[in-house]
Design a protein around this ligand. Structure first.
Ligand code: 8DG
Length: 140
């Protein structure tokens, strides 16, 4: 269900292993931005808080449990409204506590990547911005 008539809210997770690596998700090839590496997450649905949406999305996408009290707001990135009728805003949270072993349950791939190596991955435009903010705040 659409969450807002004029803009779309997407939430994303920078899951950190505490040793400078972050879990990156490769989008399934048949999807928008297929084959590119993103911070896992997805769209906020009507009636959800961003944190609730992220807890739900990472369970569906990676099969892991995170608790909303372990999510810390990190940064956001947004599309220009000149390029899109309903621009996307992506809110990135960090988290270093979870239960379960992350797996790509929707047909893509997952990998733990050192902060400086995230730069080398092909990413959608907003994930490029999110990665730059994240690494500025949390250098290797
Ligand atoms: N991560 C990311 N997503 C982007 C960017 N630009 C952009 O339009 N998107 C879109 C792709 C998706 O429609 C949406 C992210 O939500 P999602 O991961 O749940 O997307 P999805 O294709 O799996 O969703 P669905 O329609 O199958 O439910 O945001 C970007 O730069 N980074």
């Amino acid at each position: 269900m659409e969450n807002n008539p004029t803009w779309r809210c997407v939430v994303a997770l920078a899951l950190g292993d505490g040793e400078g690596r972050w879990l990156m998700h490769k989008r399934p090839v048949h999807k928008h931005h297929g084959g590119l590496w993103e911070f896992p997450g997805g769209k906020v649905e009507q009636g959800e808080t961003p944190a609730c949406a992220l807890v739900r999305e990472v369970k569906e996408e990676l099969g892991i449990d995170v608790r909303d009290e372990d999510l810390s707001p990190c940064c956001f990135a947004q599309e220009s409204s000149e390029n899109s009728e309903r621009p996307i805003v992506i809110l990135l949270y960090t988290c270093t506590r979870w239960a379960g072993k992350p797996a790509a349950l929707e047909g893509g791939a997952v990998e733990w990547v050192r902060g400086r190596d995230i730069d080398k991955l092909a990413k959608p435009p907003l994930d490029i911005e999110l990665a730059a903010h994240l690494l500025a705040k949390m250098p290797d």
